[in-house]
Write a protein that binds this ligand. Structure first.
Ligand SMILES: [Zn+2]
Ligand SMILES: [Zn+2]
Length: 140
């Protein structure tokens, strides 16, 4: 125990004078800078860079074209409205779709709570309410 005490007091003497003092200051400052940098990084980071880029560009949504009957997915920009231009017939008749939970076929989107029947497999399901805060393009 006596040895540890003297080691500790020698260390205290060392950090209180000369080179030791400066090394201690530099190490403490470096740790502070790293802590602040890590904190700022955590605060400014939301998701992966790819996810953030995708969120800025919009979201890939299923669509159903009322004019030609085409179904597929298209990129809808943030705040985008329906109907949109159909990629197949280029008429502005593409409405938002949703996927059949059973076979994955894209059917026209119905309001939450409504029962939908899949024209492909005949499965019927009730449209779930979107989770709070979910990105939903306006349907006007
Ligand atoms: Zn079309
Ligand atoms: Zn289906």
């Amino acid at each position: 125990m006596a040895d540890e005490d003297s080691l500790f007091s020698r260390f205290r003497l060392w950090i209180n004078e000369g080179v030791g003092k400066w090394i201690t200051i530099v190490v403490v400052l470096a740790l502070l800078v790293v802590a602040v940098w890590a904190g700022v990084r955590t605060l400014t980071r939301k998701g992966t860079p790819a996810a953030r880029r995708a969120a800025r560009r919009g979201l890939t949504r299923p669509y159903v074209c009322k004019a030609c009957g085409a179904t597929g997915t298209m990129l809808v920009p943030l705040g985008g409205t329906w109907p949109r231009e159909c990629p197949k017939c280029h008429k502005k008749e593409a409405v938002e779709g949703m996927r059949c939970p059973k076979c994955g076929a894209i059917v026209e989107r119905k309001p939450p709570g409504q029962t939908v029947r899949c024209p492909q497999c005949g499965y019927t399901w009730r449209v779930p309410a979107p989770p709070p805060g979910a990105f939903e393009p306006k349907l006007d």
